[in-house]
Design a protein around this ligand. Structure first.
Ligand code: ADP
Ligand code: MG
Length: 322
């Protein structure tokens, strides 16, 4: 149902950056170790994500483009467990309904599969090379939904949103080698060696990378780990703060506030630290299903976690002054 998919696309796919997010999260879910993102014209040319992950078996490829056809929920209980980032089964059909999409995918068997959709219509389905992994090419974005095309901001703005989301994904997944090439120019590359400090240095600069403190805190429900900047290294915007839950990038106002509170009076008003903080918790304590784009999360025991975060940072910073 093309119309239903287009409506769903309105929620999940607002702009080129949302497509990158959905495609890269699919690649991460598929256990990729390497993900290459290649974009032209800030996403209005082509958006391409190539991974070396599990791939999709030929008999499952068409199914993956059906709404709510997720391979990631097998029981009702799973709905409440966020083991993987995508679990709504909406991204691929949504993207395919508002663009031209060519996917080539292979599981490492004898042969792979190519599938082509244009504005939600299946155009082609055939055998393809057997190289393990998935390559998704999206072009003509919003060609059939002109209102949404008009709603896009300038190419520079769309590009910076894309860069922002790629940065977060790379910070949240330091063990995956992620590269981003725009209009033929490599903008970013992470090594995929698990070293968050290196990813921070690659994104925010070598000087920032050198001024980070490692933090660790735990209580019976939560474990907090990460890198937080020395109080002397601050930024005028909170966009350098990345919070991940079980290594998934999220937004949560209370937790952001807790980080800032951890710095106390060390942080001047209107200044923000550079941080990458991961919280490990039982997926039962998080409900990511608040917004289709799955970035704003609701948590049980949020206040308890906020306290753990602020005291962990507070103690680390107090130690620096001894
Ligand atoms: P969801 O991620 O919510 O399950 P999607 O529409 O994003 O829904 O993807 C549908 C299905 O297609 C996934 O459940 C997965 O089985 C498969 N899939 C999508 N992208 C990839 C990929 N890069 N590698 C392997 N499988 C993929
Ligand atoms: Mg998905």
């Amino acid at each position: 149902n093309v119309l239903a998919n287009q409506i769903a696309a309105g929620e999940v796919i607002e702009r080129p950056a949302s497509i990158i997010k959905e495609l890269v999260e699919n690649s991460l879910d598929a256990h990729s170790k390497r993900i290459d993102i290649v974009v032209t014209k800030a996403g209005l040319g082509e958006l391409r994500v190539i991974d070396d992950g599990d791939g999709i078996a030929t008999e499952d490829v068409k199914e993956a483009f059906k709404r709510h056809a997720t391979s990631k929920i097998s029981t009702r209980q799973d709905l409440f467990r966020v083991q993987t980032m995508g679990f709504r089964g909406e991204a691929l059909p949504s993207i395919a309904s508002v663009a031209d999409v060519v996917m080539t995918t292979a599981t490492g068997g004898a042969s792979g599969t190519m599938i082509h959709f244009h504005g939600g219509e299946l155009k082609d389905f055939q055998a393809a090379p057997a190289r393990r992994g998935t390559d998704v090419k999206v072009s003509e974005l919003f060609f059939n939904t002109p209102a949404r095309l008009k709603y896009l901001k300038s190419p520079q703005t769309e590009l910076s949103r894309m860069v922002d989301i790629i940065n977060r994904l790379a910070l949240a997944n330091p063990d995956v080698a992620i590269s981003f090439t725009h209009d033929g120019r490599e903008m970013f590359r992470s090594a995929g060696n698990g070293n968050v400090q290196q990813v921070i240095a690659a994104i925010y600069g070598v000087k920032v990378g050198r001024k980070m403190l490692a933090i660790h805190g735990a209580d019976p429900d939560f474990t907090v780990d990460g890198l937080v900047s020395l109080p002397e290294l601050t930024r005028a915007s909170g966009q350098y703060m990345t919070i991940t839950i079980n290594h998934r990038y999220v937004r949560n106002y209370q937790l952001t506030k807790a980080i800032i509170e951890g710095y106390g009076s060390k942080l001047m008003v209107g200044r923000y630290p550079v941080v990458v903080v991961n919280i490990d918790l039982d997926p039962l304590l998080v409900d990511v299903n608040v917004h289709p784009a799955k970035r704003e999360v609701r948590l049980s025991k949020e206040q308890q976690l906020a306290t753990l975060i602020s005291t962990t940072i507070q103690q680390k910073i107090a130690q620096q002054n001894l």
